[in-house]
Design a protein around this ligand. Structure first.
Ligand SMILES: NC(=O)c1ccc[n+]([C@@H]2O[C@H](COP(=O)([O-])OP(=O)(O)OC[C@H]3O[C@@H](n4cnc5c(N)ncnc54)[C@H](O)[C@@H]3O)[C@@H](O)[C@H]2O)c1
Ligand SMILES: O=C(O)C[C@H](O)C(=O)O
Length: 331
């Protein structure tokens, strides 16, 4: 049985993400959890003639049944931004939501891969880590911040500039998932050497603040949902591809605790500093999640500057998330 649970499944991301996951032959049970509307979403999706059984659960009383024995728990639950807000402004409300879902996952699905979409990702991932530590079930190879949308955006925006096929263009994006903590490594992309410094700076800024573009265009009706569902499905299916089907060489940039591969992390820390605990890095996925953290590769002078601008904010976000648990509730 391969059960995938989506927490926040009735939401703007949750519904299209569940639709995309329903198309996968790798999933046998799609479990949809939310505090509202999941019976309807589940009934609707269950009529699609693909492999997985679909079940819907609504409200905290049904969370155990929803989440137990999952291979993957995907978390797009929580509140999205409105114009003028930062992702960090969502911390108080989303931090509590992610904490409670992490507690349920630690109790009822301690071996699951946890894919965190809820913002602020830089802080919500440390929240999940600290909850799993308190329950004695922590495995850093299995907890991921989903930063795939940054990579998807980078491929789209850069391909528009250099005339490449967007779906084929791999652009590594490392660091975190908010503004200046998002670091696209454009110097590693074939075809970008023809771009001027100004073009590089402008497209870098567009990738870093791509989320704001959508928030402003939606004008109070939320943030990216459809592109995030696409990115979240790609990431979830890549995890399953490596873990269930045993496909080797699946690489994604994702935000992880660097303890997930201490050996691989040495090369990362030599570039970003010893005191950074979490970073979005190129990860080779395997049957246990993170198999190998790959090096960042060569950084241009401009990318070094972006890195130094990112680290202070990222460290603050990490401490804020971790201490929400370590200095807050004990379970
Ligand atoms: N990682 C990324 O790249 C990325 C991209 C886009 C959005 N996001 C984040 O994803 C989150 C969700 O965005 P959205 O647009 O889908 O929001 P939304 O409001 O449309 O949907 C969120 C859903 O979560 C549900 N929910 C609230 N509390 C819950 C709980 N305790 N348990 C289960 N479900 C709960 C709500 O009922 C709702 O259905 C936001 O925090 C947003 O910032 C992250
Ligand atoms: O911008 C947001 O708040 C949502 C998401 O993190 C995004 O990058 O689109």
């Amino acid at each position: 049985m391969v059960k995938v649970t989506v927490c926040g499944a009735a939401g703007g991301i949750g519904q299209p993400l569940s639709l995309l996951l329903k198309q996968s032959e790798l999933i046998t049970h799609l479990s949809l959890f939310d505090i509202v509307n999941t019976p309807g979403v589940a009934a609707d999706l269950s009529h699609i003639n693909t492999k997985s059984k679909v079940t819907g659960y609504v409200g905290t009383a049904q969370l155990e049944e929803a989440i137990k024995d999952s291979a993957v728990v995907v978390i797009p639950a929580g509140v999205p931004r409105k114009p003028g807000m930062t992702r960090d402004d969502l911390f108080n409300i989303n931090g509590g939501i992610v904490r409670d879902l992490a507690i349920a996952a630690a109790k009822f699905s301690p071996k699951a891969f946890i894919c965190v979409i809820s913002n602020p990702v830089n802080s919500t991932v440390p929240i999940v880590t600290e909850v799993f530590k308190q329950f004695g079930v922590y495995d850093p190879r299995k907890i991921f911040g989903v930063t795939t949308l940054d990579i998807v955006r980078a491929s789209t925006f850069v391909s528009e500039l250099i005339g490449a096929e967007a779906s084929q263009l791999q652009v590594p994006v490392v660091g975190g998932h908010s503004g200046v903590t998002i670091i696209p490594l454009l110097s590693q992309v074939v075809g970008t050497s023809a771009l001027s410094e100004d073009q590089i700076a402008k497209v870098t800024h567009r990738i870093q603040f791509g989320g704001d573009e959508v928030v402003q265009a939606k004008n109070g009706a939320g943030s990216a949902t459809l592109s995030m569902a696409f990115a979240g499905a790609r990431f979830t299916l890549n995890i399953l591809e490596a873990a269930i089907r045993g496909t080797s060489g699946v690489v994604e940039c994702t935000y992880v605790h660097l303890d997930a591969d201490k050996e691989g992390a040495k090369a990362i820390k030599s570039v970003v500093g010893d005191d950074i605990e979490y970073f979005s890095v190129p990860v080779e996925l395997g049957i246990n999640g993170v198999q190998k953290i790959k090096p960042l590769g060569n950084l241009s002078e401009y990318e070094q500057k972006l890195l130094s601008e990112a680290t202070a904010e990222l460290k603050g976000n990490i401490v804020k998330g971790a201490s929400f648990i370590t200095e807050g509730s004990k379970f």
